[in-house]
Design a protein around this ligand. Structure first.
Ligand SMILES: [Zn+2]
Ligand SMILES: [Zn+2]
Length: 260
């Protein structure tokens, strides 16, 4: 299993970060991609990836922090971080019109600028979208994001939007919400092919059942795998094989591991 979206740099893991990673490795998580949300967390993601051969980093500025993005100086600053050999993607970037912590115009500008950085460096994208699917998709189209591809993380939408994403060459990733009753995620996961789906935790958030309400961590990804196996009517081993291969391919993890 590969946890394609974790925030192990967050404070919630300060007391026991090393133990949490060790438990995940013991439970069969082979790789964790730690995702940056601002410059500081992107730097911390790289430090985790330097420390653990099983951790890789994504670097980027989350739409919540888009109001801090400086279009003149920050693209070069991000590009410098992203050339680190342990960085496998630009993210998480995108649009969040639910929380609206940053004005929409700032969000669009930061998103577009960061897609340009990804295209310069030929790195895939980790895209965050909440209540902004059409605007997110328009930005991807306008910025020719298909050249680098990537994943729409924690995909929330309807099956048609799932198909639209897949047709554009992007993958979907699913997490703990897949296990919640009254979530629309199972319908999307059922609709799109298994080889277009990745697994993620988005820990410390979105803890899968039966641990909802507690802190999420990468070892709990097995509950997402189990639910996806049930939805797809395949074995958990098959979900593991197909989603791991898709994650290795989109983030080019095999190249990165032989680099070392
Ligand atoms: Zn996100
Ligand atoms: Zn996230």
């Amino acid at each position: 299993m590969i946890d394609t979206h974790a925030h192990l740099d967050f404070d919630q893991f300060d007391p026991d970060r090393d133990a949490v990673i060790q438990i995940a490795l013991n439970e069969g998580v082979e790789i964790i991609i730690n995702i940056g949300t601002d410059f500081s967390s992107s730097q911390k993601s790289i430090e985790l990836a330097e420390k653990y051969p099983q951790v890789f980093a994504a670097v980027g500025i989350h739409p919540h922090d888009a109001n801090t993005w400086n279009s003149r100086t920050d693209p070069a600053r991000l590009e410098k971080l992203a050339t680190h050999p342990r960085v496998v993607a630009i993210g998480e970037i995108g649009l969040d019109f639910y929380r609206n912590y940053s004005p929409h115009e700032d969000q669009r500008r930061a998103f577009a600028d960061q897609i340009a950085v990804a295209r310069n460096l030929h790195l895939p994208l980790v895209v965050h979208n909440r209540e902004a699917f059409n605007d997110t998709f328009d930005t991807l189209l306008d910025c020719h994001a298909h050249e680098v591809g990537g994943v729409m993380h924690c995909f929330a939408g309807i099956p048609e939007q799932g198909w639209q994403t897949v047709d554009y060459g992007f993958l979907l990733s699913v997490g703990g919400r897949l296990t919640y009753t009254n979530s629309g995620d199972p319908a999307v996961a059922e609709a799109v092919p298994l080889d277009k789906i990745l697994l993620e935790t988005d820990c410390p958030f979105l803890t899968p059942m039966p641990f909802r309400g507690k802190r999420n961590h990468p070892a709990l990804i097995k509950h997402v795998r189990a639910k996806l196996a049930e939805i797809k009517r395949v074995t958990e081993a098959e979900v593991d094989r197909v989603t791991t291969a898709a994650a290795r391919k989109v983030f080019r993890l095999d190249e990165k591991t032989t680099d070392r």
